[in-house]
Design a binder for this molecule. Structure first.
Ligand SMILES: NC(=O)c1ccc[n+]([C@@H]2O[C@H](COP(=O)([O-])OP(=O)(O)OC[C@H]3O[C@@H](n4cnc5c(N)ncnc54)[C@H](OP(=O)(O)O)[C@@H]3O)[C@@H](O)[C@H]2O)c1
Length: 259
């Protein structure tokens, strides 16, 4: 059976590494990004794969609609929702347009592209959706002095984790898989494009993130954390979350009752 992967944010970093690996693994590709010359260059460098280049801006409704239309019309076997931007900034300083850009690229686009592919995948009884989030999804309570200002970006990553886990459960037994990848700091253009120099910080190569993602799928993981040695730590987070969820009651908790 032919394999067709749609990868967003394939012009650099993790998305490009996904496109490389999937092409080498015999996939045909639909690659998405704004820097069309890089997409064209990738297609020219991979003459053995059928590569369709889609220049689209996923921070706009029109760009998302274009890609969602293609995703719904084509027999996509793997969707990699990878495109991303963070715009690290205190919320009060973050221009509304940049906040909207982060939410569009990291929440609206992955949500609508997943929606676009899932009906066809269900009909075919097979398919994989990979959402690229990040370890910052779990960083909310971290002391802010040690972390970038990131409320909106972190929120989008948490959305991807919760959506992926919930959708994975919804699709159980259908043959359609959902995975969320949560890398730590990765050596890509991500930080330098935002004016940050992380070249002195130890960073994981993008190719290792892809290796973890593909191996994580083989292992049956829903949440794949490429740099976390003890997978039990993640299981503990989710167990604790479910325990709190299950402990809710319609009765007002004692600590909130006026004495
Ligand atoms: N690098 C890290 O430390 C790190 C850690 C955890 C998670 N992540 C996640 O990994 C994903 C990939 O990032 P990366 O590290 O590989 O960074 P990158 O090299 O900057 O790649 C980001 C990709 O997203 C695309 N993109 C950004 N805005 C877009 C838009 N409006 N429309 C279409 N495509 C857009 C870019 O393409 P164009 O600019 O050509 O459009 C580029 O291909 C991101 O979602 C990020 O949240 C990164």
């Amino acid at each position: 059976m032919s394999k067709l992967a749609l990868v967003t944010g394939a012009t650099s970093g993790i998305g490009r590494a996904f496109a490389e690996r999937l092409a080498a693994d015999g996939h045909d590709l639909i690659i998405v990004g704004r820097r069309k010359e890089r997409l064209d260059e990738f297609a020219a460098a991979h003459p053995r794969a059928a590569v369709r280049v889609v220049a689209a801006d996923l921070s706009t409704d029109a760009g998302i609609d274009t890609v969602a239309g293609i995703a719904a019309a084509e027999p996509v076997t793997m969707l990699v929702n990878n495109a991303g931007v963070a715009h690290y900034m205190p919320l009060a300083d973050l221009p509304a347009a940049k906040a909207g850009e982060v939410v569009h690229v990291k929440v609206v686009a992955p949500t609508l592209l997943s929606r676009a592919v899932v009906a066809g995948m269900l009909e075919r009884g097979a398919g994989t959706i990979v959402n690229v989030a990040g370890m910052l999804a779990f960083s909310g309570p971290a002391p802010h002095s040690q972390m970038p200002r990131r409320a909106v970006y972190t929120g989008t990553l948490a959305h991807l984790v919760a959506m992926s886990q919930t959708l994975s459960a919804e699709l159980e037994g259908t043959g359609v898989r959902v995975q969320v990848l949560v890398p730590g700091v990765v050596a890509t253009e991500f930080h330098e494009r935002q004016g940050m120099d992380l070249s002195a910080v130890p960073r994981m190569p993008a190719a290792d993130v892809v290796s973890a993602g593909l191996r994580g799928l083989e292992l049956g993981e829903v949440v794949t954390a490429p740099g976390v040695e003890d997978a039990g730590l993640l299981e503990a987070i989710f167990r604790a979350g479910l325990a709190a969820f299950g402990a809710q009651s319609p009765e007002l908790a004692t600590r909130y009752r006026l004495s």
